[in-house]
Design a protein around this ligand. Structure first.
Ligand SMILES: Nc1nc2c(ncn2[C@@H]2O[C@H](COP(=O)(O)OP(=O)(O)OP(=O)(O)O)[C@@H](O)[C@H]2O)c(=O)[nH]1
Ligand SMILES: [Mg+2]
Length: 392
């Protein structure tokens, strides 16, 4: 056990009716029993029984008229939750008093990971960061046990295979692990969103397209090539999923140092994207830089922009890439672009109730288990699954 006692606000720090504070560590019980008055025999120094709910009162030390009614629950030997009103002033006052009494304040994200081992508890924590309702609903399924149950089933399979010492059952186990890893690729984006990078030569309409996609004149648009130099991210929601639309500097050779820095950054961003949208000016056609971008090893989509002025047939040198036609004038085709993005990124979205790994540790634990299964070490693979179930 860490010698320190930690305190944090578990619920998001936004206006809300109720907030939950948590305190954990050797001094947790002592701090709580001395800070609050319990209207039960035994007075304020009473022992808190685990998983029992207590009503208690807190009085502000400096202002005898300030009082707060709270609900207290000792959720484990060393941890207590305090449910209070959600206003900032009362939460801050309670947290500050716990700090004054010897606890160390940390953020909900820093809440020690040994406390949040099971997928359900991790999902509860991830839910705080879910940017959209749809992302939250997938995490809620995991909180309700979808991932926990799938991992438990997998662990059982691995244990039986270990006992049987046979490699005959390897295929279904590998399929199960692979399917969870694939879903995990999706799940890891639930909190951070998907990065969609728009790239291409200068003046093709990258900034204009992002303005059209977010429905706001956010980015500077100009007929002078080289308008965008730095990169910018605009948060948006597509098909209910969170995305970051990334505008980049138009890629070309330049004598200008600042523009060259922007171009280098654009090339870097292209490689780290979840979806690269190659923007082509349909009045100019496919350029050599598009060939370079088309060869990048990420998911790609070609967007032929300025279709309102195009006089030629849109022809990409790589015809196998999915493509869409758009125009920012009057915005025909923007819906089509949105649909194409959805198809590229979200076609494999999990169905309600599916098990979805959503943390990097869960996916890497599954990958490690897979390696052990391939080598016939089912017992070690089962240990890996126990760890990501919070049982290891
Ligand atoms: N006709 C027409 N003009 C467009 C369209 N989209 C953008 N433009 C114009 O094209 C010019 C360049 O647009 P931007 O959005 O600044 O292009 P960009 O690709 O961001 O350019 P850089 O930042 O220089 O790389 C502006 O004058 C826009 O108004 C379109 O669909 N049709
Ligand atoms: Mg621009």
């Amino acid at each position: 056990m860490n010698p320190e006692t930690f305190v944090c606000q578990l619920t998001p720090q936004i206006p809300a009716a109720i907030a939950t504070l948590a305190i954990r560590g050797r001094k947790a019980i002592e701090i709580i029993t001395s800070m609050f008055q319990f209207p039960v025999p035994g007075g304020k120094r009473q022992q808190l029984a685990e998983m029992r709910v207590y009503y208690a009162t807190w009085s502000a030390a400096s202002d005898s008229t300030g009082e707060e009614q709270v609900v207290i629950c000792r959720s484990s030997e060393w941890q207590v939750e305090v449910h209070c009103h959600g206003g900032k002033a009362i939460c801050e006052a309670l947290l500050q008093e716990m700090v004054d009494r010897g606890a160390k304040r940390i953020s909900a994200q820093e809440w020690p990971s040994d406390l949040v081992g099971s997928p359900s508890v991790q999902a509860e924590r991830a839910l705080q960061k879910a940017p959209t309702d749809l992302a939250a609903s997938v995490l809620l399924d995991q909180l309700n046990g979808a991932l926990g149950a799938a991992l438990e089933g997998l662990e059982e399979l691995l244990k039986s295979a270990a006992v049987a010492k046979s490699t005959a059952d390897q295929e279904p186990i590998l399929r199960e692990i692979d399917s969870l890893i694939a879903t995990g690729e999706f799940g890891q984006h639930l909190c951070r969103g998907w990065r969609i990078v728009l790239a291409g030569p200068p003046n093709v309409g990258k900034s204009s397209l992002i303005n059209a996609l977010v429905g706001q004149e956010k980015l500077i648009v100009h007929d002078q090539p080289g308008t965008t130099r730095d990169w910018t991210e605009s948060g948006a929601v597509i098909g209910g999923w969170p995305v970051q639309l990334t505008d980049t500097a138009g890629i070309r050779q330049s004598e200008d140092e600042i523009e060259t820095a922007g171009v280098n950054k654009a090339k870097e961003l292209v490689h780290s994207s979840d979806l690269l949208v190659l923007v082509v000016d349909a009045t100019q056609g496919w350029q050599p830089i598009h060939d370079e971008l088309a060869s990048v090893d990420v998911r790609r989509l070609v967007c032929w922009n300025k279709m309102d002025e195009a006089r030629m047939e849109p022809i990409a040198s790589d015809g196998r890439l999915p493509s869409t036609l758009a125009s920012c004038v009057g915005q025909p085709g923007i819906q089509e672009l949105l649909r194409s993005i959805e198809e590229q990124l979200f076609a494999d979205a999990p169905s309600p109730g599916n098990a979805v790994p959503f943390c990097a540790e869960q996916v890497s634990g599954l990958a490690l288990a897979r390696t052990f299964v391939e080598r016939g070490h089912h017992s070690k693979a089962s240990d890996c699954i126990a760890v990501i179930r919070g049982q290891g």
